[in-house]
Design a protein around this ligand. Structure first.
Ligand code: G
Ligand code: G
Ligand code: MN
Ligand code: NA
Length: 254
């Protein structure tokens, strides 16, 4: 079957799954969040991962339905963990630029949160730079509506797009996520280190939290912590895990 066929089937048969990767407070070492990453259920080796199938979802018009499934599933999971007596951390979901620009995006988000009974303060949306900067005035309005619901907004992959720094200051955001490519370069590449330090300083000036992704070594962790990066994520702390495994390892599930 085609990728599009597999996406339709997964929607129809409810055979998508979210995996969760921990986000760490670099100062205390505590788990302060989780990023939800979409998978086909039962596929751990990731033969067909979201890097491949999300573009197909976008071009085939399935991204709206898939994005709504992701949002509803994250809500369902958060509420379920709380009902089990755990203390679930806030969950970040990735939002496609195509989905973000759909007219009913904010209304659907509000509906899903209400129907799922999730506290909006426990949900974060990760939006790419290009989604925001392509039309920054529109984006600012959408983001403001999202934040009016109580949902937080993260600018994902920061540093790879061409963010206008002028726009950045006026956008309603909560967090900047430093792109993995710069974190990978910390050990070898002075330019990467300069970008990392500049983003941390920018975040501080703008009153935004800064999270680094793709931390794979103790050295990168130590560097980011020493330079005042707030949070971190990466294989050094934990890979994306199926929900029960995440709950056992990071939420103290018995
Ligand atoms: O999980 P992985 O590293 O394979 O993800 C690859 C890419 O797919 C990343 O850019 C990630 O943001 C994106 N991605 C993962 N899950 C989702 C999702 O639920 N929705 C969207 N739009 N993108 C996702
Ligand atoms: O585009 P986005 O930032 O949402 O992408 C997240 C992707 O990064 C996920 O697919 C996840 O599997 C991957 N990822 C998370 N931590 C690491 C890491 O430490 N190293 C590498 N290479 N990839 C990572
Ligand atoms: Mn992300
Ligand atoms: Na990213």
């Amino acid at each position: 079957t085609t990728v599009e066929g597999r996406l339709k089937q997964a929607l129809a048969k409810n055979t998508f799954a979210l995996h969760y990767q921990p986000v760490i407070d670099l100062r205390t070492g505590a788990v302060t969040g989780a990023e939800a990453l979409l998978r086909f259920a039962g596929e751990d080796c990731e033969a067909l991962g979201p890097g491949l199938f999300i573009p197909v979802a976008e071009s085939s018009g399935l991204i709206g339905a898939i994005g709504e499934w992701v949002t509803a599933e994250a809500c369902r999971q958060h509420v379920a963990w709380a009902a089990e007596g755990l203390e679930p951390v806030p969950i970040a979901i990735n939002v496609s630029p195509v989905q973000f620009r759909q007219r009913r995006f904010v209304q659907r988000l509000a509906d899903i949160l209400r129907e799922g009974g999730m506290n909006p303060a426990s949900l974060l949306l990760e939006i790419t730079e290009s989604a925001v900067m392509d039309n920054a005035d529109d984006a600012a309005g959408i983001l403001a509506s999202v934040r009016a619901l109580g949902v937080k907004v993260v600018l994902d992959g920061f540093g790879t797009g061409c963010s206008s720094l002028a726009h950045l200051g006026s956008l309603p955001l909560d967090k900047l996520k430093i792109d993995r490519s710069f974190v990978e370069g910390i050990r070898q590449d002075p330019t990467s280190r300069a970008v990392v330090e500049a983003v941390i300083a920018l975040g501080r000036t703008l009153g935004l939290e800064v999270v680094a992704e793709g931390i794979e070594s103790g050295d990168a962790f130590a560097y980011l912590k020493a330079h005042g990066c707030d949070q971190g994520q990466g294989y050094f702390f934990g890979r994306p895990l199926p929900r029960d495994e995440f709950a056992r390892q990071f939420l103290g599930k018995g």
